[in-house]
Design a protein around this ligand. Structure first.
Ligand code: HEM
Length: 587
């Protein structure tokens, strides 16, 4: 028996490498193993945590602009250069058939195979949707909703309100005890622009109001709260929950009497997180898995039963929220009285969209999930990277502070969203962070048409991965790509400043982002619909944070602690010292 197995394995291995040597369009790449391909090198078997960008970037250094890997038996072609990616993702813009119609559908590449069917994501929502007309309808509704000026204005105000809540928690955290911290603090030195600045900060001296926080945890709770509130119209209390967790031994300052509310909301959030986890498992773990194993999918389903239950529980809860809100809207006599939260915008725009049919409750639920799953972690992680880089480069940080201070007389003033367009330098810094450290470093696609890419003809069904990280750090497109240099984006922004004085009307009419060679939000037909929204949220968060606090890394030599999972570069921990800028008491 053992002999037969060994013999079969040897025959299979010979056959496998024979087929491999005869593959169409051979490209450079690491040698795959039978059955698992290159997954052992990606750390796939270690629950995604170790799938590292590093390995992919090493492959890019070794094999160049286009190479291949295998995920089980699935061949994946990697694209690492702007022109190849651009041609691939934006081809749809130019193709017109004999009847003068755009052949948009031909370029409606998919992101995954049919595994996601189980969760209905293959025919609903946007990101994983396989049905062209349903995808187009939903994307249009989401796009219109996230660009509605009324919604944008409101989210900027809500972010400010919520930031006040965050500050209240920070105020109640015990300040640093100078003696205990002096020994392990290695704070970056001040710069010439520090002295110019009215903060009068000497970073090496501890002050009585210095606080040490893990900003990655706080900001994740902050974005979770703001997105959930915008979609459910209920407070989700995840900041409050986190506050109580870290104050567990401090009975005096801990929030009391609201444990039942916190527990209830915690359950809601954990079910939402389980739904998200399941979705990403489907997307990644099953790609390339041979059909034979997929037949045993039932085993997988039983094993992860709890996650499936949570997924549908969360779905049903959102459905109830939509129905209740619809009723409220229909009972509301004046549209202007309605709040412009995301749910109201989706329902309202869905009632009078360009396609002449109303959006169903279920469609709205899938869009809500899209808004939450795509929005929360992308924003919170990007904000952490911004904090990290500005701490690493204090001169840049103080220039941002100067720009922010020049726009407001009073740090407690509420600001409107169109004033954000005047923060050219801050915008350039955010873009540079998005370039050097993309939160979503890879874009995957499956061809639905025979296609010529990189000088080779590929068959329908071929999987591609576009390596945004490599593209953003490619020497042929960027000068000194390894340098963190916001100036590279400033030229465009200064030109914008010259064009005309901005007023609210102009700002609403103009797209927020300029066309520049940044691919962070993807490109072409399936690019991110929330670029403007993301920039507005990020800028608002930066203004709120920097006009009140100076921020310093706990360890100036700290490397970012990033784990790649759920398709994102996730910031695991970022310990910083925050110091209120306008208290001048030195200890
Ligand atoms: C810093 C923030 C963000 C980044 C870097 C980002 C990045 C991306 C990228 C790279 C893609 C894939 C593009 C592709 O495959 O070609 C994408 C798609 C998408 N994003 Fe974002 N995103 C961000 C924020 C958001 C937010 C706040 C939302 C919430 C509305 C959102 C909703 C979506 C959706 C629905 C898609 C799928 C679009 C489609 O398939 O047509 N994103 N995003």
């Amino acid at each position: 028996m053992c002999l037969i197995t060994c013999f079969s394995l040897i025959i299979y291995t010979i056959y496998y490498y024979y087929k491999y040597s005869k593959r169409k369009n051979p490209l450079p790449g690491p040698l795959p193993l039978p059955f698992i391909g290159n997954l052992y090198q990606f750390g796939f078997l270690k629950d995604d945590k170790e799938i590292s960008n590093k390995f992919i970037q090493e492959l890019f250094s070794s094999y160049g602009d286009i190479f291949e890997t295998y995920s089980f038996n699935e061949r994946v072609i990697w694209i690492n250069k702007i022109d190849l990616a651009e041609k691939f993702l934006c081809g749809n813009n130019n193709i017109i058939n004999d009847n003068n119609e755009k052949l948009e559908y031909n370029y409606f590449y998919l992101r995954n195979k049919n595994e996601i069917k189980e969760l209905k994501m293959n025919e609903m929502g946007i990101y994983f949707n396989h049905e062209y007309s349903s995808w187009k309808f939903n994307k249009n509704v989401l796009l219109k909703s996230v660009t509605l000026p009324k919604f944008l204005k409101e989210i900027v105000i809500e972010l400010q309100e919520q930031f006040k809540e965050l500050e209240n928690y920070w105020n109640d955290i015990e300040p640093v005890k100078s003696d205990s911290v002096k020994s392990n603090l290695q704070i970056g030195s001040s710069t010439s622009s520090t002295k110019k600045n009215n903060n009068n900060i000497n970073n090496n001296i501890m002050r009585h109001d210095d606080k040490i926080i893990d900003i990655s945890k706080w900001i994740n709770c902050f974005t979770l709260d703001i997105f959930l509130q915008s979609i459910t119209r209920e407070k989700s209390f995840s900041m409050a929950n986190y506050f109580n967790q870290i104050m567990k031994d401090d009975e005096e300052n801990k929030l009391k009497g609201i444990e039942p509310i916190l527990d209830k909301n915690n359950l809601f959030i954990s079910r939402f997180k389980n739904s998200l986890w399941l979705l990403n498992q489907f997307n990644f773990k099953l790609i390339g898995l041979p059909q034979f194993f997929k037949k045993f999918f039932i085993v997988y389903k039983l094993y992860y039963r709890k996650y499936f239950d949570d997924y549908w529980w969360f779905h049903e809860s959102l459905l109830t929220i939509v129905r209740t809100r619809r009723l409220e809207i229909s009972n509301s006599p004046q549209e202007k009285d309605l709040k412009a939260d995301m749910l109201t915008c989706l329902i309202n725009y869905g009632l009078k969209n360009d396609d002449g049919r109303a959006t169903t409750d279920e469609e709205i639920v899938f869009m809500m999930k899209e808004y939450l799953s795509e929005g929360i972690d992308t924003i919170s992680n990007t904000f952490c990277y911004i904090v990290y880089y500005i701490c690493k480069y204090p001169t840049i940080k103080y220039r941002m502070i100067e720009e922010i201070d020049s726009l407001y007389n009073n740090q407690n003033d509420t600001f409107t969203y169109f004033i954000l367009a005047k923060l050219y330098y801050c915008e350039a810094v955010i873009k540079e962070v998005l370039r050097i450290h993309s939160v979503q470093p890879l874009i995957s696609r499956i061809l639905n048409e025979k296609e010529n890419i990189g000088g080779y003809t590929w068959d329908n069904g071929q999987m591609f991965c576009i390596n945004l990280h490599a593209i953003h750090n490619h020497e042929s497109n960027w000068n000194n790509p390894e340098d963190f240099d916001p100036e590279r984006f400033l030229y465009l922004e200064e030109k914008k400043a010259e064009e005309k004085e901005l007023n609210e009307k102009d700002y609403i009419g103009n797209p927020f982002m300029r066309k520049d060679p940044l691919f962070t939000f993807g490109l072409g037909l399936r690019s991110c619909p929330a670029q403007n929204l993301s920039m507005i949220i990020l800028k608002t968060m930066v203004v709120m944070f920097l006009r009140k606090y100076d921020v310093i890394l706990m360890d100036k030599n700290l490397e970012l602690q990033v784990n790649y999972y759920n398709m994102l570069n996730n910031c695991e921990e970022l310990k910083v010292k925050i110091r209120p800028r306008h208290n001048n008491v030195n200890h």
